[in-house]
Ligand binder design. Sequence first.
Ligand code: ATP
Ligand code: MG
Length: 346
Amino acid sequence: MSREIILNGIRSNETPTLGNYIGSILPVVKLQNNYIDKYQYNLFIPDILSFTTPVNHQDLYLNTIQNLKYYIAAGIDINYDNIFIYRQSYIPALSELAVIFCNFSSFGEMSRMIQFKEKSQGKEKETISVGLFTYPILMAADILLYGATYVPVGDDQRQHLEFTRDLAMRINNRFNADLFKVPYEWQDQIKFVGHQTGLRIKSLKNPDKKMSKSNFKNDPNGIILLSDKPEDAYKKIMTATTDSLGIIDYNPVNQPGITNLINILANLIDEPIEKVITIWKGKKNYNEFKTAVADEVRIFLENYQKTLNNIDESDLMRKIESSEYLLRDVATQNLYKIQQIIGLRP
Ligand code: ATP
Ligand code: MG
């Protein structure tokens, strides 16, 4: 297990969105297809982090398995030994490390986390979970326990990745030891997945806001779930909010709706943004452009869902269990080294 590790996770609070696919799943599938031998792939569902915001607990377990299937349907191949597919709560050392990390993290830095501010905004203090507040700490444990250096996440997770780097360096310095591998910095993470800037797919109805699965009930027409009927997704693109400028351009500030659709199109047809811009820039027919995007989204979902429905669940369960068996061992050994250095073990 000496390959560098790529780590990627999706919460199981809801079905993943098109934003999760483009920002998180697709980059990992491309890495697998181009560099399978070079890296170890840790793909997991942070099931404990999935109820930092309220969920229906009756659905949690099934959603966890279901969301892992979205990786497989996207092209992740469970037959490779260096691909690990697992559930956070099945690796108890992760939770213990998170508790340890709490004591090396400050109330101040957690209070500055944008995701916490956004997700707790307008809520009664008594209803905001402490788990939401300490979310980045468990995320740091997910990354640092295995020494993952590549964490291809959407732009919304940038601050959490930066916190993880700070925490790793802080503990390494405090104990004068190379206890944790420090993940690469943000620009290198972006370059690694072949992007120039961080990716954040926006709500189709509120293109100044991220497309977030936890917001689905409030914004059903702005969010495309990967389980949406392809025809419904088509309609959501056709009714996406754009602008009144009447001329297509890639401009995140003045034309966030059109820009968002260009991002979606370029990623789904796997062409550079610049090429898609060259084709559409200056054109005036928004309807024609939307139709082109909506067609791609519909075709993409039809194929994706067909593959999803054909996944053999018993093969997947075998893969999950063998991954967890192997990773638990490594995790326990790594946790022991940490316990020793900080004085919990002789
Ligand atoms: P939630 O609202 O429940 O937090 P989410 O859509 O943010 O849902 P997560 O499970 O938190 O989903 O994130 C999984 C991965 O998907 C992360 O790497 C995150 O950066 C990425 N991601 C989420 N939303 C987007 C988006 N709109 N654009 C690009 N990447 C995204
Ligand atoms: Mg999120």
